[in-house]
Design a protein around this ligand. Structure first.
Ligand code: GDP
Length: 444
């Protein structure tokens, strides 16, 4: 999503590298480039203005720090300001003291509300909640069926008006939904409402009536991050017409410029709670302003990566591997185990994109595919346990045997072994830098 913005910002900041001292002219030039980058990414003008003013003011007044050089200091300021416009602290979902918690979804048609209802339901279910979906979009043909389908995929029931019972009144369905939630002991209910292609009064009135009937603990405004500048107008219309307590950004996986993500919080004053980045129910997560900012600045998103890893990895195995990482004792056996675990985490390109510096490695990333992983796996499987434990012993004749056994060229075995040694070295350095593992590596 933020590729172009990320590239532009990184290069604007890159120009400062190596400068011992920053003049006001340096700062002005950098601020100008950042301004263009943000405007090109469709960030709303008032947000850009305020952002640039802050950067200039803070960078020019920056105290000399022993730890950071001037360029690093500016990067730090830009990062902090990005975090601030994205909302600062991570805002968690409010759950009601007296269940059921009522979450109402509002937004334009096609913004991704129905899909989000399923994603949210699955996410809540994984955390031990018992959600109920309530179908109050009675306008769009098939909306009820679509909600039932995502509900089934998430393994969550849907409350809907009985078929053949006329068009039905969404406010009435919402009210009966609450009764059903209480009756069947659901602790959260997610109310899907109708959207229109554009903002109109009837739509707002209906959403407001549903709101009054169910008194939501959270009203989430769902906005497609690909709609650019329009996102801001739509958000303002929903804020004034219905009111909302939080924002969900959808379609962050698209290749649009993403200015909506950077504007909507500042313009509406409401926090972004969740981000959706794909059509599958799992493509959804809590929105963390700090992580998003470091992703935009090309500093990777190590925290998300580590959390996803924690979910996919066997805990014992992960701890063992983490301890080995720092001491450089990782074996090919561990490497294979990690690789299998990594495959459970999703497409490899997504994953690698979260690593620091990944922005500059895009071409290489594009070449890594799951088929290649299969080949690597076959090669490692073709080794003896002793070879996996101590890859240094894999000499020329062993390489030839492994290649023949796994049906690949010797060159591929060589590649794998060399890459393994490189990766082991890099991980040891990273472990030192980020302070995990045995930590014999030096700090950089
Ligand atoms: P609604 O009209 O607001 O209920 O929107 P839908 O949930 O029907 O979504 C509209 C379209 O956007 C559907 O084709 C979804 O599959 C798709 N969609 C929803 N969320 C995402 C997302 O995060 N990424 C992508 N790529 N597509 C999405």
């Amino acid at each position: 999503m933020f590729d172009t913005l990320s590239d532009r910002l990184t290069s604007a900041l890159q120009n400062l590298r190596g400068k011992g001292k920053l003049t006001d002219a340096d700062i002005d030039a950098t601020a100008r480039e950042i301004r263009i980058a943000l405007l090109e990414a469709d960030v709303a003008l008032p947000v850009v203005r305020e952002f640039i003013a802050q950067i200039k003011q803070r960078a020019k007044g920056a105290e000399v720090s022993g730890a950071l050089n001037p360029a690093q200091q500016v990067i730090k300021i830009v990062n902090e300001e990005l975090v601030a416009i994205l909302g600062g602290e991570t805002r968690r979902l409010n759950l009601a003291k007296n269940p059921p918690t009522v979450i109402m979804l509002a937004g334009l048609q096609g913004s991704g509300k129905t899909t989000l209802a399923g994603k949210l339901a699955l996410w809540l279910k994984k955390q031990g909640h018992a959600p109920l979906l309530v179908a109050c979009d009675l306008q769009r043909p098939n909306a009820v069926t679509q909600l039932q389908v995502v509900g089934e995929r998430a393994g969550v029931p849907t409350f809907a008006p009985e078929p053949g019972n006329g068009v039905g009144d969404p406010v009435d369905v919402a009210r009966r939904g609450i009764e059903e939630a209480k009756h069947a002991q659901h602790d959260v209910m997610i109310v899907d409402t109708a959207g229109r292609l554009g903002v109109d009064e009837e739509l707002m009135r209906q959403a407001a009536n549903i709101r009054d009937a169910v008194r939501p603990d959270e009203t989430l405004f769902v906005v497609d991050a690909m709609i650019g500048q329009d996102a801001v107008n739509t958000a303002e219309a929903f804020r004034d017409g219905v009111g909302f307590s939080g924002v969900v950004l959808t379609k962050l996986d698209g290749d649009a410029r993403g200015g909506a993500a950077l504007s909507v919080r500042q313009v509406t004053g409401q926090p972004i709670l969740f981000a959706s980045n794909g059509e599958k129910l799992e493509d959804f997560d809590t929105f963390h302003p700090d992580r998003m900012a470091s992703r935009i600045l090309g500093m990777g998103d190590l925290l998300t990566l580590i959390e996803q890893a924690e979910q996919a990895f066997d805990q014992d195995q992960a701890e063992k591997a983490a301890a080995k990482l720092g001491t450089g004792q990782l074996t090919l056996e561990d490497f294979l185990e990690q690789m299998l675990a990594v495959r459970k985490m999703g497409p490899i390109g997504n994953l690698l994109g979260m690593l620091p510096g990944a922005g500059q490695m895009k071409d290489q990333l594009a070449q890594v595919d799951d088929k290649q992983l299969d080949r690597l796996q076959a090669i490692i499987r073709g080794m003896t346990p002793a070879e996996r434990a101590d890859p240094k012993m894999i000499n020329g004749s062993r390489r030839a045997r492994i290649a023949a056994g796994s049906g690949v060229a010797v060159r591929e075995v060589n590649d794998l072994v060399n890459r393994f040694f490189e990766a082991r070295k890099m991980m040891q350095q990273m472990a030192g830098r980020f302070g995990f593992g045995g930590g014999s590596a030096t700090k950089s």
